[in-house]
Design a protein around this ligand. Structure first.
Ligand SMILES: [Zn+2]
Length: 305
C-alpha cells in the first residue's frame, strides 16, 4: 500500500511504495578519472595562479585550497562561486580511507571560512562527488555558492524550520538515526532517494558556529552505513599501494549544507544524498517514491553511522 507524504521542511511531495524496487533502475555511470594532470584544471596549480583565492586548510588530509569557479567563472553582481579543492585525485571523498574524516573536516572548515567572508549574503555550501551528483570532473572539490539574493525556497525553508511543529516532526525519535555533538542524523520525511539522510543541529546554530570535525564524523558515519548497506565497503577501502589508487568514486553523493539567513534567523542544516539512487530525470520531481517510509528508513541506518 502506497502512502503520500509532504515534507514539512522542503515541501517535497513523496509517494512511499513497496513497489519502487520493481522499477527499472538507472545504472551509475562511473566518471572517467583523469590521470593526465595536464587535463585536470586543479592539479599542479602554481602558487601565483590568478584563479587562487586566499585561504587554505591542513587538517591531516593534505593542503585543501580555494579557487574561483572556472567553468564558468562566476563572480559578479549576481553572486560568486568559490571552489574548495583537494590536493590530489585519490582517494575521493567517498572512498573509506584512513584520512577520510580529516578530508571532510578540511572541506567543511574551508567552506565555512569562505562563506564567512560574505556575512551579509546567504551561502549554499555544497560538495558533489561523481557524475550523477553533477561533479564535472574527478578531482575532489566542493563549492561555496553565494548569490546576491537569498533564493525564495531557502527563505521559505528557514521559516518552516523555525516553526516548532516542523522541527518536532523532523526530530521525532522514530526517524532518528544517530545523535552526537549536538547533531542529529535522521531519516527525511521525503528524501529524493532511499539512502538520503538529514543532518540538523539540535539547537539553532549559525554556519559560523558549525564544528567541521563533528559534521565530518556524521557525514563519514553516513558513508560507512551506505557502503555497508550496499555491500560496497570492501571495494571502497582505499589501498594506496594497490592499483585501486586510480579508481573513481565508489558511490556518487552530494552534501548540501544550507546556511542561516543573512539577518541571523534560522540555522544551518544539511541534506546528505546518494544521487545515483535518485529516481532518474523527470521521475524525480515532484513525486518521489522509495521503499522505506521514514521510520523504517531510520531503522536501516541506526547503529551503522
Ligand atoms: Zn586534478
Amino acid at each position: 500500500m502506497a502512502t503520500a507524504t509532504t515534507c514539512p521542511l522542503t515541501g517535497r511531495v513523496g509517494l512511499w511504495t513497496p513497489a519502487r524496487e520493481l522499477r527499472p533502475q538507472a545504472r551509475a555511470v562511473r566518471q572517467e578519472l583523469v590521470t593526465d594532470v595536464d587535463r585536470c584544471p586543479f592539479c599542479d596549480t602554481a602558487a601565483d595562479d590568478e584563479r587562487l583565492v586566499a585561504g587554505h586548510v591542513e587538517a591531516g588530509a593534505g593542503r585543501w585550497f580555494a579557487m574561483r569557479n572556472i567553468y564558468p567563472p562566476l563572480d559578479g553582481p549576481t553572486g560568486t562561486a568559490t571552489l574548495v579543492v583537494g590536493p590530489d585525485h585519490g582517494p575521493t571523498l567517498t572512498h573509506l580511507h584512513p584520512a577520510i574524516t580529516a578530508a571532510w573536516t578540511s572541506v567543511f572548515a574551508l567552506q565555512q571560512q569562505l562563506a564567512g567572508r560574505a556575512p551579509s549574503r546567504w551561502s549554499l555550501v555544497t560538495t558533489a562527488i561523481g557524475a550523477s551528483a553533477g561533479a564535472s570532473q574527478q578531482h575532489p572539490h566542493g563549492q561555496v555558492l553565494t548569490p546576491s539574493a537569498v533564493p525564495p525556497i531557502s527563505a521559505t525553508q528557514q521559516r518552516r524550520l523555525s516553526d516548532p511543529q516542523v522541527l518536532a516532526a523532523l526530530l521525532q525519535e522514530r526517524h532518528a538515526v544517530a545523535d552526537a555533538d549536538g547533531l542529529r542524523l535522521s531519516a527525511p520525511p521525503v528524501p529524493l532517494g532511499p539512502e538520503d539522510l538529514l543532518l540538523l543541529p539540535t539547537d539553532a546554530q549559525p554556519l559560523a558556529a558549525l564544528d567541521p570535525g563533528a559534521v565530518a564524523r556524521r557525514v563519514v558515519g553516513w558513508l560507512r552505513a551506505v557502503h555497508e548497506l550496499r555491500g560496497t565497503a570492501a571495494r571502497s577501502r582505499f589501498d594506496p599501494t594497490a592499483a585501486a589508487i586510480e579508481g573513481p568514486a565508489p558511490v556518487d553523493v552530494k552534501v548540501l549544507l544550507h546556511a542561516e539567513l543573512p539577518d541571523g534567523t534560522g540555522r544551518w542544516w544539511a541534506e546528505l544524498q546518494v544521487t545515483e539512487a535518485h529516481a532518474p530525470g523527470v521521475a524525480a520531481a515532484p513525486l518521489v517514491d522509495v521503499v522505506h517510509p521514514p521510520a523504517a528508513h531510520a531503522e536501516r541506518f541506526r547503529g551503522r553511522c
